[in-house]
Design a protein around this ligand. Structure first.
Ligand code: TYD
Length: 220
């Protein structure tokens, strides 16, 4: 299995979406097949769960269980099959978001999240790709768009009607950002931290450069 699994993370307002699209285009131009997907979501069932997760009030454990349920379906139906076809999977958010939002932001138990991660990601596919020493299926690379929460909040205030997470106060996003930093500290070789507090063209330059360094994009 030669597929490549890359996830993209950051607090709401970090501005990751345009860069994910640009990267998908650049990889396709270089002749590879790209599966562009997102979490929560990516399958009909997981998209239904997404609508609930983003809009319905619920406690943090319910939220965590629903995002992992959506993830399980997504891994089985979309991610594992695409990797088996040797495609490049670009996923807008993955499990680091659960640790950052449900763990950091909402204060849900980090160890319970690790157990859920182990269950959902250990059995989702053959152990030959993207697996950690512990046998977990993880992205090969995670691009973290890091931006100060106050800057992100300013960007969001110009955007469309906020969902449940987007309408959280800045201190919630401080905790989410701390959650991402904790995940990166635990697995520094998987993470690429991008300074997203720059003009979009400079952010893209950094993303493209990092992708060239890792061999995802050929030098142009
Ligand atoms: P986002 O990816 O920002 O999509 P859009 O650009 O359409 O708003 O929104 C997804 C939201 O879901 C975001 O606020 C983070 C949240 N989320 C979690 O709380 N836990 C998770 O595990 C995932 C994947 C996302």
């Amino acid at each position: 299995m030669n597929g490549l699994f890359i996830s993209f993370e950051g607090i709401d307002g970090a501005g990751k979406s345009t860069h994910i699209d640009a990267l998908a285009q650049a990889i396709k131009t270089q002749g590879k097949v790209v599966a562009l997907t997102r979490e929560p979501g990516g399958t009909p069932l997981a998209e239904q769960l997404r609508a609930l997760i983003l809009n319905a009030p619920m406690d943090a454990m319910t939220e965590a269980l629903l995002v992992f349920a959506a993830r399980r379906d997504h891994l089985q139906q979309v991610i594992a099959p695409a990797l088996a076809r040797d495609e490049v999977v670009l996923c807008d958010r993955f499990t680091d978001a659960t640790f950052a939002y449900q763990g950091g932001g909402r204060g849900f138990d980090w160890d319970v999240l690790s157990v859920l991660e182990g269950w959902v990601q250990a059995q989702a596919g053959p152990a030959s790709f993207g697996t950690t020493a512990a046998g977990l299926l993880q992205p090969h690379l995670t691009v973290w768009f890091d931006v100060p929460p106050a800057v992100a909040a300013k960007r969001l205030s110009n955007a469309r009607l906020p969902d449940k997470f987007e309408s959280q106060p800045v201190d919630f996003f401080e905790k989410v950002a701390h959650g991402y930093a904790r995940r990166m500290a635990a697995e520094p070789e998987r993470f690429i931290r991008i300074d997203a507090n720059q003009a979009p063209e400079l952010v893209w330059k950094d993303v493209a450069q990092a992708m060239q360094t890792r061999g995802v994009l050929l030098p142009c």
